[in-house]
Design a protein around this ligand. Structure first.
Ligand SMILES: *Cc1c(COP(=O)(O)O)cnc(C)c1O
Length: 396
């Protein structure tokens, strides 16, 4: 049974930015202005042989400009290249910026699909409202992505080897990064009257190049990433900036990642710097912290809530005490713990560390449920399992 989620979408108090629908009555076209100097096939193949993550970019990018006077305009797919920014560009000073992250997956038959991109569009619109940026319609968001993927089709890594049931490896994809920022050159503090939207694409290799291994997590009670009324539910660079020093603290304690608690009491689990968190309990519950306005509403998190019942688990969204978590790990009630997000899909957590010491989850191994959920999500994304929920959008 899927619990009701009244707290998931707190009221949007930010006044809408004016002239959105009015000034953009026609949907945007992203016509291709082809790159006259694309990388050679040999250069591209060299990148695709070992893409890593976020290191190399394709030959094109999608762009659009918004001004208070004219709304969205000047949309196109253009050669990938640097922006020229005035030193007074507002985003460099006041961080009025939002972004998204999603992937294009190539199936065995050569078709290319996105996973729930409408959810990314909707979230980008919510992020835009919170950051007082103009909303880009779902239609325009999808059009920009479709056009870029079509232009850079050759950069979508080929389907993983093996059919259904094959070990989940080699899960390469084309990572897509839509973002929007205040591009007006003005030092006054107010929402920018000129905004740039852009989508770049980067071939991504398997997140766990050497197989899936549980990560270690430092539970920070020194730093928080987001507070009630703040920007935690928006996908914005500022939240990441807030997480970096905590990540350094985690590394100093020998941990891979950091887990944040709530800002008010440091007593409740929120999420990692860029991934949501799930507990698998011996009662057959799949528990994730409820959305409280400072947790980012992950598409992967939401998909797992939907998949839970298919795995015989009861999805639960509720507050999770840090103490409850640590004691549950120590007692074994928390049988598995994992993080989830688009980039790494599902990442098992083997160890929690905090001021009280080290707490090993489920013997430090990847749990069965964690592995099964991970495999099921990947199988749907790569077309190896039935898409029961209509999550895939075919692009090519
Ligand atoms: C993007 C992000 C996630 C994961 O969201 P997905 O839509 O599943 O990729 C989780 N937490 C934060 C802070 C994020 O920025």
């Amino acid at each position: 049974m899927r619990p009701v989620r009244p707290a998931s979408r707190p009221p949007r108090t930010t006044a809408p930015v004016p002239a959105l629908v009015e000034s953009s009555p026609v949907s945007l076209q992203f016509e291709l202005r082809a790159n006259p100097n694309p990388r050679t096939e040999a250069e591209r193949e060299a990148v695709l042989a070992d893409p890593g993550f976020g290191l190399s970019f394709t030959d094109h990018m999608a762009v659009a400009t918004w001004t208070a006077a004219d709304g969205w305009h000047d949309s196109a797919v253009v050669p990938y290249g640097p922006f020229s920014l005035d030193p007074a560009t507002a985003v460099l000073h006041y961080a009025q910026e939002i972004f998204e992250g999603l992937k294009a997956y190539q199936h065995a038959d050569g078709s290319v699909h996105l996973f729930r991109p409408d959810q990314n569009a909707a979230r980008m619109a919510r992020s835009a409202e919170r950051l007082a940026l103009p909303v880009l319609s779902t239609e325009d968001f999808l059009a920009s992505i479709d056009a870029l993927v079509a232009a850079d089709r050759a950069w979508v890594p080929s389907a993983p080897a093996g059919g259904a049931g094959a070990p989940v490896q080699n899960e390469q994809s084309l990572y897509l990064r839509p973002f929007m920022f205040a591009s007006e050159a003005f030092l006054g503090v107010r929402p920018a009257q000129r905004v740039t939207y852009c989508v770049i694409a980067s071939p991504a290799g398997a997140y766990f190049a050497r197989g899936v291994h549980p990560v270690s997590i430092w539970v920070s009670t020194t730093y928080t990433r987001a507070a009630p009324g703040g920007m935690g539910a928006a996908k914005t660079g500022g939240n990441y900036a807030a997480s970096l020093v905590a990540q350094q603290e985690a590394a100093a304690h020998g941990c891979d990642q950091v887990m944040f608690a709530d800002a008010a009491e440091h007593a409740f689990v929120e999420e990692l710097g860029g991934m949501n968190v799930y507990l698998v309990t011996t009662d057959g519950e799949l528990i994730t912290p409820e959305l409280n306005g400072s947790i980012l509403e992950g598409v992967t998190r939401d998909s797992i809530l939907t998949l839970a019942t298919e795995f015989g688990l009861t999805p639960v969204e509720r507050r999770v005490g840090l103490q409850e978590l640590i004691e549950g790990v120590d007692s074994g009630w928390v049988a598995e713990l994992f993080a989830c997000g688009t980039a790494a899909v599902v990442t098992p957590i083997g160890v929690l560390k905090d001021a009280s010491g080290t707490h090993t989850v489920g013997g430090g191994q990847t749990g069965e449920t964690t592995a099964a959920l991970r495999k099921n999500l990947l199988d749907v994304q790569y077309g190896r399992a039935e898409d029961r929920h209509g999550w895939l959008r075919r692009v090519l």
